[in-house]
Write a protein that binds this ligand. Structure first.
Ligand code: SF4
Length: 260
């Protein structure tokens, strides 16, 4: 992986991992890899929504692995022995710090939401097949093309974030327990992880609200997911009151506002 001169350090740590939509893709050591182009191409060529989702999930898994490799490189650059660190970690695995009551609630709520949405999307995939969407678009008052675009965007958003919220929330909770000395620091890793989890929950809410208007017959399920997300956001904001003040590299820095 190349660490280019104009890369923004750590930009990939608090992003949404949606490289194909990211304005910093050319300045990120994870997103600018050739893998992204390959993923985009495969997604464009995928014949079904299910296949697209499969490719998308693989990309998410790969980009997390890529971030791990970047960490290895940083360790090596710092003159440390990666193998010795791995051996030490294997022999003395870090003990998970106990979570507080609210952190346990966050863990449960986010995992439940991810599993529920994943299962529901799988069981209702025929609703979102291209033919079904085209028929629905034709009877809408909205411009059919715009409707199709918005629906596709809403479905992708819900799918993209359904497990992401859980991963980032759990990282934030365990990080807060582990890094007690960082408790007062706004720029702590746990605040950054909590912030992106809150952003992902907010974007999922907007996407579900759009789907609610487009699919009134599945109102019952959607209202349930909206309630779950609102609960998750509320608990995250209470647990991480400074998360919104965290400045994410690139994304929250005014000097990069010009990059669209
Ligand atoms: S910051 Fe990097 S890893 Fe994150 S979405 Fe953008 S390109 Fe992808």
């Amino acid at each position: 992986m190349n660490l280019k001169k104009n890369n923004i350090p750590s930009v990939h740590n608090y992003c949404d991992r949606w490289c194909e939509r990211c304005r910093f893709v050319d300045r990120c050591s994870v997103g600018s890899s050739e893998k992204l182009l390959e993923t985009e191409l495969k997604m464009d060529l995928a014949m079904t929504e299910e296949k697209r989702q499969e490719i998308m999930w693989q990309h998410v898994a790969d980009s997390f692995a890529e971030a791990g490799r970047l960490l290895d490189k940083m360790i090596a650059d710092a003159g440390l022995d990666i193998e010795a660190i791995r051996k030490e970690a294997k022999e003395n695995p870090p003990q998970e710090p106990p979570l507080t009551e609210r952190q346990e609630v966050i863990k449960e709520l986010t995992m439940e939401y991810g599993k529920d949405v994943y299962g529901w999307m799988k069981n209702n995939k025929e609703l979102f097949e291209p033919e079904a969407l085209t028929s629905r678009a034709l009877v809408q008052r909205d411009d059919p093309e715009r409707f199709m675009r918005n629906i596709k965007d809403a479905i992708e958003t819900v799918n993209w974030f359904c497990f992401f919220i859980s991963v980032k929330s759990q990282r934030a909770c365990s990080g807060k327990q582990e890094d007690k000395f960082e408790e007062e620091l706004i720029q702590s890793d746990f605040n950054g992880s909590a912030k992106i989890a809150i952003i992902a929950a907010g974007r999922s809410i907007v996407a579900w609200e759009f789907l609610l208007k487009a699919f009134p017959e599945i109102e019952f399920a959607i209202i349930g997911y909206l309630a779950q997300l609102q609960k998750i956001s509320r608990h995250l904001l209470l647990e991480f009151p400074d998360a919104q003040k965290f400045i994410r590299p690139g994304f929250d820095e005014v000097k990069y506002d010009h990059i669209q």
